[in-house]
Design a protein around this ligand. Structure first.
Ligand SMILES: *Cc1c(COP(=O)(O)O)cnc(C)c1O
Length: 346
């Protein structure tokens, strides 16, 4: 039986609101946000629209809803979006764009760095012909699997999309991690896109919430779709206050998560049978030799170190965040080290 979790590296969604964030939530001025009356929600929306250099924003219950609403704002029934195979808004959102938006995905394979080849994007754009769905949108994700897309790549991909008349959406669940890693304002990461979805509930450490930003007309459309999908919340200022607190206090410290991820990657890659690519941000993927994968996963779980794993635990995902500090990284490496001391790979 797995022990109680001591250090939780499964995801940056597991963070608990810090006491000062809870106090900010407690004090939040609230109103009915479906009437547009919640001052804290309005403040959060204005703040993020400003930070990302867009006209308007809409507060959403989740990143999944924010992405879906972005896709539905850009695409009508029978339209198509071009997207990566591993992109959250294609692979990890229960097919919502197809099910709820009647939008056809055109998924493309990724390069190892998370990019989509420009030639593949170009080939995927359908000509205006009654045989084809209408290609309307390119959706990128930054960071993707913890990898940062370079500004030059994003400029090239979005310029290509625009030459073909496509709109551009960024799933920026972790756009602040990308901005911190690139050492640029988040506005620079957002600039090439019509819409950007930001998660407050990942590395920023808020308990709930995402924000979609874009032009005023697109956000007016998004607001109607949010009501349609059941995402209109009432005194949501309590949640928005957590987001405002996160924007004030939790952006700069993402650099610490990135440093912790590098230390974790260094430590893990020193173990026999484990290979790790150096992380760009806060997500470390470790490939583990098949003969030790399950025993190692079991050992970590029994010692209270929680990680995500896939493919028979031969791929582990470790995510650093607000609630796992440098000591937690050292503790996890020491637990893993004890496993290799007695059970090195064959
Ligand atoms: C977590 C995540 C989302 C969705 O956020 P939820 O709030 O969990 O619905 C979207 N995109 C990416 C890249 C994510 O990591």
């Amino acid at each position: 039986m797995p022990a109680a979790i001591r250090h939780d590296f499964r995801s940056d969604t597991v963070t608990r609101p810090v006491p000062a964030m809870r106090e900010a939530m407690q004090r939040a001025a609230v109103g009915d946000d479906v009437y547009g009356d919640d001052p804290s929600v309005n403040q959060l929306q204005n703040r993020l629209a400003d930070m990302l250099g867009k006209e308007a924003a809409v507060f959403m219950p989740s990143g999944t809803q924010s992405n879906l609403i972005a896709l539905m704002s850009h695409c009508e029934r029978g339209d198509e979006y071009i997207v990566g195979q591993n992109a959250h808004c294609y692979r990890w959102e229960a097919g919502g764009a197809a099910v709820l938006g009647s939008i056809q995905p055109q998924p493309l394979a990724h390069e190892p760095d998370g990019t989509l080849r420009l030639a593949d994007i170009e080939t995927a754009v359908k000509p205006d012909d009654p045989h084809f769905a209408r290609t309307r949108l390119l959706a990128l994700e930054n960071t993707i699997g913890g990898r940062v897309l370079s500004l030059a790549y994003v400029d090239a991909a979005t310029a290509l999309a625009r030459r073909h008349g496509l709109a551009c959406h960024l799933d920026g669940a972790r756009a602040f991690n990308a901005a911190v890693s690139l050492d640029v304002p988040v506005e620079t990461v957002a600039r090439p896109f019509d819409t950007v979805s930001i998660c407050l509930s990942k590395g920023l450490g808020a308990p709930v919430g995402s924000v979609l930003v874009g032009s005023a007309p697109l956000m007016a459309k998004a607001r109607r779709l949010r009501k349609m999908l059941g995402g209109g919340m009432r005194q949501a200022g309590i949640l928005a206050a957590a987001g405002l607190y996160a924007l004030d206090h939790h952006i700069g410290r993402l650099a610490q998560d990135h440093a912790n991820a590098r230390a974790l990657a260094d430590g893990l890659s020193a173990f026999p049978g484990v290979s790790v690519t150096a992380p760009d941000t806060n997500i470390v993927f470790a490939n583990v030799a098949a003969d030790i994968a399950l025993p190692l996963a079991d050992h970590l779980a029994r010692h209270g170190i929680a990680v995500s794993s896939a493919y028979g635990a031969t791929q582990q995902r470790w995510v650093t965040h607000l609630d796992v500090d440098a000591d937690a990284v050292r503790a996890a490496l020491s637990v893993a080290g004890a496993f290799f001391a007695v059970s090195p790979p064959a």
